[in-house]
Write a protein that binds this ligand. Sequence first.
Ligand code: ASP
Ligand code: MG
Length: 596
Amino acid sequence: MPLIVQKFGGSSVADSQKILAAARKAIRAQQEGNQVVMVVSAMGDTTDDLLELASQVNERPPAREMDMLLSTGEQVSVALMAMAVHSLGSKAISLTGGQIGIRTDSTHTKARIRSVSTDRMKKLLESGNIVIAAGFQGIDEDWNITTLGRGGSDTTAVALAAVLQADSCEIYTDVDGVYTTDPRVMPEARRMSRISYDEMLELASLGAGVMHNRAVEFGKKFNVPIHVRSSFTDVLGTMIVNEPEAPNVPVCGCAITKSEARITLVGVPDRPGSSLDIFSRLGKRAITVDMVVQNIGEDGKADISFTVPQDELRASLEAVQEAAHELGIERITHDDQVAKISVVGLGMAKQTGVADRMFRALAGAGVNIQMITTSEIKISVLVRRNEAQSALRAVHAAFELEREPAGAAKREQIVASSRPTAQNVVDVVQRLAGMDMEELFIDDISLDQSQARVTIRGVPDVPGIAAKVFEEVAAAKIFVDMIVQSYDGQEGQATLSFTVPKGKLSDAMTVAKKLASDFQCAGVSSSPDIAKLSVSGIGLRSHTGVAMRMFRSLSEAGINIGMINTSEVRVNVVVDGTHGEKGLASLQKAFADVLR
Ligand code: ASP
Ligand code: MG
């Protein structure tokens, strides 16, 4: 019999009428011939209210007791939901995380799921019950109640769907799907019919609040089709699966991250271990660093820029001041009036002419680009915060995101064709047997020696230059892989580096030299011999420290890092070409315990 998991978020169970409406949805699904597991969040703002209460009795409540408290929110919901199902004439049983057997580690308030027992749920389902599971909670080895972090009921839902090999996991919420950008910010945003796990992971980490990041990681790791849809209507929403909405679409969505701050370290000694020193100090303070950009060093010195959340600027500055002291860094500058604009799309990994389209749109809107970083499926730029809104609008329009892409299938068809295949199920069972469910999962460590680097120095900091450079490069049919533009120590200047296939280096240099002279840049240099080292897997974001492990391992091997880029599923670093093999070996050793 098909099995579906239906998750109802806090706003979908905010009062008794809504609880009854959710119960009706589950009963209907059961009457249509499915076994049904409901996963339920705490009612409305309950979790916030409980947090507030806790803070009234203790400024820093013990984490264990916090979990004891917060888990009660979900316990209220599941009991009421079971009563509601009974009142409508069907059978239901509510279960806490502990009663199901959701085992987690002991990291209170942000525990990770290790395993889930299916015995009890299966028995109850077979005897005709709707199983009503409390979201967001589990128990550790010693039976302490744990919670999974804010928004964690999504994660519970997808985890249950994974272990039960559910045919689908429906996430009922107060929005009716995933949009090309936040529709509250931009009314022209379009609701997608489908999005790939990788794209959703990127958008979720950029602040698209539709789904808990870890839930999407679960979906990807265990092949769970996730259907995000409205709890207040019956319309189909957005499927999160392996495939994108339509083949070859370069960009599926864009996002704005408003509260960023930039820090630049000028004159960092360009030697192995510098980045490690800096970023481990930030890591120790649990500061999430984003958009790391390192200039190619000159005279043994490099500049490193990165962004941090605006409210962590002060703590970050403390950390880098320590590093500056230790390493002998010349100067530290910062700016807390910046925002990040990103575009995401699986299709851009294989096409030319994506970056230039974004940069041209920004130039057209008169927006200056301060920094650029890219990954295989994401391009991010840093801009002035007061220009961010118009930047987002320009980018959304440039990629015609308001229009349904050609070749997109109908929603009914997408939903119907998203059930896992028999082979998927076999693979998942194998995966579940071999590991803790949320363990860091590295599936590839690789070395790419096919690329060369071009660097333009002293690029005047005015709108339109990046657009021009990448338009000309695209016109010459050169595929660009990595792009980084850093913010120079010298005000009003930037350094722009990008990588191209080795065979195209001289063509790319011709273009770069011509533009450098047209725009009075300081100079152009290149390296025909670079090596790109990549670590890819699932959980690179939620398991912080992957980049740190790479830095440490390369530093111990005496290898200097040139360029860096990171995404949810991959971290890439560029090193000197002569260090490729050695770097690969050191990374293989560093990740041996988690490589599958
Ligand atoms: N009730 C928890 C929270 O508000 C979990 C959830 O809603 O997913 O964060
Ligand atoms: Mg909630």
